[in-house]
Write a protein that binds this ligand. Structure first.
Ligand SMILES: Nc1ncnc2c1ncn2[C@@H]1O[C@H](COP(=O)(O)OP(=O)(O)OP(=O)(O)O)[C@@H](O)[C@H]1O
Ligand SMILES: [Mg+2]
Length: 252
């Protein structure tokens, strides 16, 4: 579904992401791991067409055969929130602080097809219920906890049954007790829709649980990729071995 080939991201002539290639199949769950600054978020932002203006991407990102690197902003914004959806670390950045959350979920369904306001509101309420928030339709984002806000963001991301959901450290900013809950909702949400998942995290225990396949980034490059099992039980790259040794998974 997504084929990334020879992708590089530059700031001036400095390469921040170098010659990255990977594929994500329909419904596949792929984990992207690697140390801070290795280029994980930039890779995800490039796929979404959300690179900051000062950065430049070269190579190829094909989504169902369509070249996203040369797509217009109009085409990209049509894809985003529809076929391609995302959940980032900080839910407030994805929400409008001045709009009730039910309306925000409803708008996201209206942007992509559901015309009638009543139907959109009903759908929004169902989506909020599906992430365990039956009573927040009329609340403003600041009235919710961090975990609840992230669940609203997830409801918006899933509103149009995306082909691919990209999650960039979706639970890092949350209390440990709600991390597992939000993770379960993400997994349930993509499973129900057969959406593919690109999951960025520092947490190897999470990728071990969530992902079919892993990509390991170091200094802007993918240094290793393979099935989660292969990578976690028989890592080939020195850096992956170090990551594993530093995690609690080693004993497993
Ligand atoms: N707009 C920008 N201009 C210049 N350099 C940038 C810009 N955005 C990111 N970088 C640099 O690119 C590199 C990769 O950044 P990126 O955010 O992709 O890392 P990451 O793997 O997501 O790290 P983390 O795990 O901390 O989120 C870093 O060295 C970062 O400082
Ligand atoms: Mg990042």
């Amino acid at each position: 579904m997504i084929t990334v080939a020879g992708l590089s991201v530059f700031a001036g002539d400095r390469a921040l992401v170098r010659n990255v290639s990977f594929e994500i199949g329909d419904g596949e769950r792929v984990g992207l791991i690697g140390e801070s600054g290795s280029g994980k978020s930039l890779t995800a932002l490039t796929v979404l067409g959300l690179l900051p203006e000062e950065l430049r991407a070269t190579g190829s990102v094909l989504f169902h055969g369509k070249q996203l690197l040369s797509a217009s902003e109009r085409e990209l914004s049509r894809l985003r929130g529809n076929a391609l959806a995302m959940v980032f670390q900080e839910p407030m950045s994805a929400l409008n602080p001045l709009m009730r959350v039910g309306r925000q979920v409803a708008e996201s369904t209206r942007l992509h097809g559901t015309r009638s306001r009543r139907k959109a509101n009903e759908k929004a309420q169902r989506l909020l219920e599906s992430v365990g928030l039956p009573d927040v339709f009329r609340a403003y984002p600041h009235q919710l906890s961090g975990g609840q806000r992230q669940r609203v963001v997830l409801a918006i991301a899933l509103a149009n049954d995306p082909a691919l959901l990209i999650c960039d450290e979706p639970t890092t900013a949350l209390d440990v007790t709600v991390q597992a809950q939000v993770l379960d909702l993400i997994l349930g949400g993509v499973a129900e829709r057969s959406s593919a998942l690109l999951f960025i995290t520092h947490d190897l225990a999470v990728v071990a649980r969530v992902c079919d396949r892993l990509l390991v980034m170091l200094d802007g490059e993918i240094v290793e990729q393979g099935s989660t099992r292969e990578v976690l039980t028989a890592p080939r790259h020195e850096y992956t071995r170090k990551l594993l040794a530093a995690s609690d998974l080693e004993a497993a």
